[in-house]
Design a protein around this ligand. Structure first.
Ligand SMILES: NC(=O)c1ccc[n+]([C@@H]2O[C@H](COP(=O)([O-])OP(=O)(O)OC[C@H]3O[C@@H](n4cnc5c(N)ncnc54)[C@H](O)[C@@H]3O)[C@@H](O)[C@H]2O)c1
Length: 317
């Protein structure tokens, strides 16, 4: 053990099933902070220290914020104030400004703040960059996202303690939009136009119409995020004048289904999960300030898109 402590803030579904199994295999001591007595009791039962409030950090300690989306910013601010490096699940803040302010405050204290997901870092995006760069895709003409996931629904119902997924400041675009948006903005740069349609049917849906400026040409983006049964096909389709790429942006190392031939692209023997990548990138960003700044800027651009959900009629950036 390194003596470093990782505090999981919010011991719910993703903490228990995704991050804890990875942290348990690492050399960090794990503690849990949760406002729910039940969640703390569950953590204690498996031998973890469970607290209602964040303890002060020792140098090098880190906090991973895995609480409901609307609480991310406040909890990340508290973690920085307590002296932690912070990894926040998606999206980390409601606006780019509040996010970048938090990042600057952390930097002034010698602390790093990173926001999941890291879909601009996996093998999928590296391969797309290469195919695009070597001309295999031709000129990019169109980008489509059709992302349906069951989200908090289990057998058609949502447990009261997870109702926040459908409440203000959450919903499908904030929940899983960051996966494709981080990848696409990482590839093509900021969106030039953003308009959202928000529907409040039982299949709550958020539909984004926008455009990228790619090599001086406007490339349309149509993205549909919905709590519904997954529709089978991988959700992201990037069309170029010479071929098409079809991928699942949550699968950070592929597979990449592609029509242009991709010599040299061999899927990783052991593809990393998005959570493994998040922990690895976080570890790296704590030590690489230039990469951290680039990452924080990209997260800010994604937040600029999601923030428009609050005023869906506008279309200017
Ligand atoms: N569920 C998934 O598959 C999934 C996947 C990737 C990322 N995420 C992200 O992870 C985060 C958590 O999702 P989840 O599905 O685990 O949610 P969840 O509702 O299962 O768990 C949230 C936990 O946070 C606790 N909590 C609430 N307010 C808190 C506070 N102020 N301080 C400390 N703890 C608090 C709750 O008691 C609960 O234990 C969200 O940001 C979500 O977008 C979820």
């Amino acid at each position: 053990m390194t003596g470093k402590t990782t505090v999981i803030v919010g011991f719910g579904h993703v903490a228990r099933n995704a991050y804890l199994p990875l942290l348990a295999k690492s050399d960090t001591r794990v503690k849990v902070v949760d406002t729910s007595e039940d969640a703390r009791a569950d953590a204690t039962r498996i031998g973890l220290d469970a607290l209602a409030e964040l303890p002060p950090a020792a140098p090098g300690d880190q906090a991973i914020i895995l609480s409901p989306i609307p609480s991310h910013l406040t909890l990340a601010e508290a973690a920085v104030a307590h002296g932690y490096h912070v990894l926040v699940e998606k999206p980390p803040a409601p606006t780019a400004r509040t996010w970048l302010d938090l990042c600057a405050r952390a930097r002034a204290r010698g602390l790093a703040v990173a926001g999941a997901p890291f879909t601009a870092s996996g093998r999928s995006i590296e391969t797309i960059r290469r195919l695009w760069g070597d001309g295999s895709l031709g000129q990019i003409t169109d980008v489509r996202v059709d992302f349906a996931k069951t989200g908090p629904y289990v057998n058609g119902a949502v447990e009261p303690r997870r109702a926040w997924f459908l409440g203000p400041g959450a919903g499908p675009a904030r929940d899983f939009g960051p996966y494709p948006l981080t990848l696409l903005v990482g590839l093509f740069g900021p969106l030039q136009q953003v308009a959202w349609e928000v529907d409040d049917t039982p299949e709550a849906g958020h539909v984004l119409t926008g455009s990228f400026s790619v090599e001086g040409t406007s490339v349309p983006l149509h993205a549909d995020f919905r709590y519904a049964e997954p529709r089978g096909a991988p959700p992201v389709v990037i069309t170029g004048s010479r071929g098409r790429l079809v991928l699942d942006s949550e699968m950070v190392d592929g597979p990449l289904l592609e029509t242009p031939p991709a010599p040299g692209h061999t899927p990783s023997a052991v593809p990393r999960s998005k959570y493994r990548l998040a922990l690895d990138r976080f570890e790296h960003l704590i030590t690489d300030e230039a990469a951290l700044l680039t990452h924080q800027h990209l997260v800010g651009e994604v937040l600029n898109v999601l923030h428009k959900l609050d005023s869906p009629v506008g279309d200017a950036r």
